[in-house]
Design a protein around this ligand. Structure first.
Ligand code: FAD
Length: 384
């Protein structure tokens, strides 16, 4: 297929649309096609876990329609269109019965929620929220309901716990983890966040496995391995996301945790790139906004003729638990080390040092969040 075909981006999440915006800053003319399985509306995904407290409908979280994005980007946006296969030799995409040529292809297909074994049986009573459509569906399922059980106590589960309780719901959280967000923060920091969420009324069942999860009238009933039983009107699964790999796998691309790309966001197949939640850059699959924005800037340059290697500075994440403000820089650059937590009450500083005394990560709560900038400067870059 010829180089005259468009640059095609599959996915119109923050990765796809931000890449398109960056490309347009460098090249206003190149033919650009974005293809998405969803409705192509532009929205900021982090708002999904702050919408219940503000009683926002899904439509209110959408900033622009697909048509408006197409106009702004001088691009074509093909919405409600699933890419079903890639033919890297012919540089063709299959869209069901149709096909589409590309000159260069970028996969920005995101990640999908891991499914609990009861998901099929429970249908609308057990949902997850990973996009605008899911958010609207969950809001609809919540109509007239009060008691929500969240399964999972990672970052997303904690954010939804805070948001739903602030939105007037009765919230319980069930997780096999011994404390909140164990992949990100040490136990004393987790305890501070938990205490503040409990003060708002959230009930935690941590370190518990679910033995059964069944429909119970209009709601659900859970039995845990500590013998306790929970009844709720609605369940929300927040057990994590996994990069969407099916398309890349079919095309024979190298896979790790995500679609494996080099520092130029390139796969080993000529003319195919990946970024965002679906991509793994030198072993890092970072499902956050700042890394994908950094990657979008670098990839846009490469696609526009200025080959540009990606580097990541350390990029702390603000966790949206306003009950206990929290900022985290996970210690991605250390193979070993230990956390030391100081401070009192909800004003904590946890620092992760290696054996040589180099700082690799931090978690700050309450008033200590103000130390974020100073500490970030002391961290090694995540990808140098
Ligand atoms: P997505 O937004 O998932 O987009 C994937 C796109 O690919 C979609 O348009 C989809 O339709 C399309 N697609 C997939 N497969 C196909 C196919 N075969 N054919 C056509 N189209 C396809 N990060 C932060 O840094 N800070 C936060 O506060 C924060 N809060 C979050 C809160 C929630 C509730 C969630 C779920 C995530 C949060 N994140 C946060 C993570 C951040 O939002 C994501 O890292 C980011 O939005 C991912 O963007 P993406 O474009 O890679 O993927």
């Amino acid at each position: 297929m010829s180089d005259e075909a468009p640059l095609v981006i599959v996915g119109t999440g923050l990765a796809g649309y931000n890449l398109a915006k960056e490309v347009r800053k460098l090249d206003t003319e190149r033919e650009l096609l974005l293809i998405t399985a969803d409705d192509g509306r532009f929205y900021s995904k982090p708002l999904l876990s702050t919408g219940f407290a503000k009683a926002k409908e899904a439509d209110e979280l959408a900033a622009h329609s697909a048509a408006s994005m197409a106009e702004q980007l001088n691009a074509c946006v093909l919405d409600h269109t699933q890419v079903t296969a890639i033919d890297p030799q012919q540089r063709l995409l299959r869209l069901g019965e149709r096909q589409q040529a590309y000159s260069e292809l970028v996969l920005a297909v995101g990640a999908e929620p891991r499914r609990l074994p009861w998901a099929d049986e429970l249908g609308e009573q057990l949902l997850s929220i990973n996009d605008l459509h899911d958010y609207g569906r969950f809001r609809a399922a919540l109509q007239g309901k009060q008691r929500v059980v969240i399964i999972g106590a990672g970052l997303i589960g904690c954010e939804f716990a805070n948001d739903l309780v602030a939105g007037g719901f009765q919230v319980s959280v069930v997780a096999s983890d011994p404390y909140l967000m164990p992949q990100l923060i040490p136990e004393p920091v987790a305890a501070a966040v938990q205490a503040q969420l409990e003060a708002l009324g959230v009930i935690f069942h941590l370190g518990c496995a679910i033995e059964s999860l069944e429909p119970n009238g209009q709601g659900v009933q859970l039995r845990l391995d500590d013998g306790s039983q929970i009844e709720a009107d609605q369940a929300l699964s927040a057990i994590g996301l996994a990069p969407r790999l099916a398309l890349a796998e079919q095309a024979g691309l190298e896979l790790g945790r995500g679609i494996v790309v080099d520092r130029h966001l390139a796969t080993r197949q000529p003319h195919i790139y990946a970024l965002g939640d679906c991509a793994e850059v030198q072993g890092l699959n970072l499902m956050y906004v700042m890394p994908l924005m950094t990657a979008a800037r670098a990839l846009a340059k490469t696609l526009c003729g200025e080959r540009s290697a990606l580097s990541y500075p350390a990029m702390p994440v603000m966790v949206k638990t306003p009950a206990c403000p929290l900022v985290v820089a996970p210690p991605l650059t250390a193979e070993s080390g230990h956390w030391v937590t100081t401070g009192e009450g909800t004003d904590l500083q946890a620092l992760f040092h290696d054996e040589q005394g180099q700082l690799h990560g931090f978690a700050l709560t309450g008033s200590r969040v103000a130390e974020k900038l100073k500490l970030t400067r002391e961290l090694p870059g995540w990808l140098l």
